[in-house]
Structures are given as structure tokens and as C-alpha cells.
Design a protein around this ligand. Structure first.
Ligand code: 5GP
Length: 129
């Protein structure tokens, strides 16, 4: 079971943003920028391009809804989309609110984000869903 499956199962806490029957969204615990959100299929699959065309499409449609809420809640120009998958072997999309290119720098994460701020960010995004 991946760490993301344990989060989805409620065994590990997270700052939840949204879920439906197939996908789950929550804040990245080490955000590159405030509002950095992960979109994960509930079904475990490591590599995103091993998902079926249908599941990949549905995942992006789910991400689109979450991205719209992030864009309304967090001052930004656009919500950027990245896939890395080098750390957690459970396919996921990173959504990151961007004002400039540097806001998507995975080598420069926000250090020690406070739980209060993370809670506030999650509440602001979910309020726009
Ligand atoms: P990637 O697999 O895309 O290279 O990186 C995995 C991402 O998941 C990282 O940005 C990391 O901060 C995030 N992450 C890893 N473990 C946890 C966790 O337990 N909770 C949350 N919310 N995010 C995590």
C-alpha cells in the first residue's frame, strides 16, 4: 500500500481538498508554493502513463475542477501542472498556483509550512469548490 493510499484510507492525516469515487486531492505536505495540491487516483498505479486513456482523461477533468478552485482561492496568474513521480510510486499530478516561473521550482520548497497556514489554505480552496 502506498503512502498516498494510506492517506486516502484516512490512516495518515492530510489537508484534504476534494474527492470523488475515483480520485482524491490534498495539499502537498512540502509545498513549492502555497496551494500546491496533489491529484491522485484511488486505484494504485505507479506511472501516470500506465493509466488507461479513460482514467487519465478523467483524472485531468477532476484536476481541472480543483485547479479552478485553487485559482479562485489563491492569488495567481495560472495554476501550473507538473508530473514528477520520482518519490512516491503512486501516480499523481501536482497543481501549483503560479505568479512566475520560479513558483514551480521543486528544488525550493517552503520550509516547515505551519499547520495553521496549511489548514487555512485548504479551507480557502475547498470553499471555492
Ligand atoms: P514525486 O513523487 O512527484 O516526485 O513527489 C512526491 C510529492 O509528494 C512530494 O512533493 C512530496 O512533498 C509529497 N508527499 C510525500 N509524502 C507525502 C505525505 O505523506 N503527505 C503529503 N500531503 N504529501 C506527501
Amino acid at each position: 500500500m502506498t503512502i498516498f493510499s494510506r492517506i486516502i484510507a484516512g490512516e495518515i492525516p492530510c489537508y484534504k481538498i476534494a474527492e470523488d469515487d475515483r480520485f482524491f486531492a490534498f495539499l502537498d505536505i512540502n509545498p513549492v508554493n502555497w496551494g500546491h495540491t496533489l491529484i491522485v487516483p484511488k486505484r494504485e498505479e505507479d506511472y501516470i502513463f500506465d493509466l488507461s486513456d479513460e482514467e487519465l482523461g478523467a483524472m485531468m477533468v477532476f484536476a481541472k475542477k480543483v485547479a479552478a478552485a485553487i485559482k479562485e482561492a489563491i492569488p495567481c496568474r495560472k495554476v501550473g501542472v507538473t508530473v514528477l513521480g520520482l518519490e512516491v510510486p503512486h501516480a499523481h499530478i501536482h497543481l501549483v498556483p503560479l505568479k512566475n516561473e520560479g513558483d514551480m521550482n521543486f528544488s525550493n520548497k517552503i520550509s516547515d509550512p505551519s499547520p495553521e497556514k496549511m489548514k487555512q489554505i485548504a479551507a480557502a480552496i475547498t470553499a471555492k469548490l
